[in-house]
Design a protein around this ligand. Structure first.
Ligand SMILES: [Zn+2]
Length: 209
């Protein structure tokens, strides 16, 4: 049995949305051995969309549910990793029609984003509106991507809204470089923070074959 940890490491110099400083996690040591305090404690200030994270409907639906309402049963399950590394710019309906995507599937997109670790690529591969519409038509249960955002250049946020309106789970910031395409058992565990629109998550894929 092989386990792939597909979560990003969280640290002050990690890749954050558009590399904006206000998005960086801040670490503050509040107790330390050096100060004769006989222990170490750290306080971390974190944007909920830092690194690998799960979005809840409230992210783009005004009266949508918060992340504490996404039950863990929906995030511990079989998933399909799709190899989309040949896509240059955006994932469209046409790109997705080549794959076997069925009702209630949870699909993860492996793209060239997984190979970009240190800085934020403004031209990251994203799920374009027609691709999102196709996934809605196929009635999938969830979708994960290896970019920090599932959309870009969409002032109306069509991709986020069409997925979140149907309560389709979105995972962002996966690291899939080492994961071959195929089926896996996923364990995705967002922090159980109440009343927020997303939460950082540890995500692992288990190859049961
Ligand atoms: Zn997000």
């Amino acid at each position: 049995m092989k386990i792939y940890d597909v979560s990003m490491e969280i640290h002050p110099l990690m890749q954050v949305w558009k590399d904006r400083d206000e998005r960086r996690p801040e670490f503050q040591v509040t107790r330390d051995y050096e100060n004769g305090q006989g222990g170490r404690e750290t306080r971390v200030s974190l944007d909920m969309h830092t690194g690998t994270h799960v979005d809840a409907p409230l992210h783009f639906i005004e009266d949508g549910l918060t992340i504490d309402h996404t039950s863990i049963e929906r995030l511990v399950r079989n998933v399909k990793v799709l190899d989309l590394t040949s896509v240059k710019d955006r994932i469209t309906r046409e790109d997705l029609q080549h794959y076997d995507i069925e009702s209630q599937d949870f699909v993860l997109f492996k793209t060239r984003n997984s190979y970009c670790d240190t800085t934020f690529d403004l031209n990251f591969v994203f799920l374009e509106r027609t691709g999102a519409e196709y996934l809605v038509e196929q009635q999938i249960a969830g979708v994960g991507t290896d970019a920090l955002g599932i959309e870009r250049s969409q002032p109306q946020h069509e991709t986020h809204i069409s997925l979140l309106k149907r309560d389709i789970i979105i995972i962002e910031g996966l690291r899939l470089k080492d994961v071959p395409a195929g089926e896996y058992f996923m364990l995705a565990a967002p922090l159980r923070i109440v009343s927020v629109e997303a939460a950082p998550a540890r995500v692992v894929l288990i190859d049961l074959t």
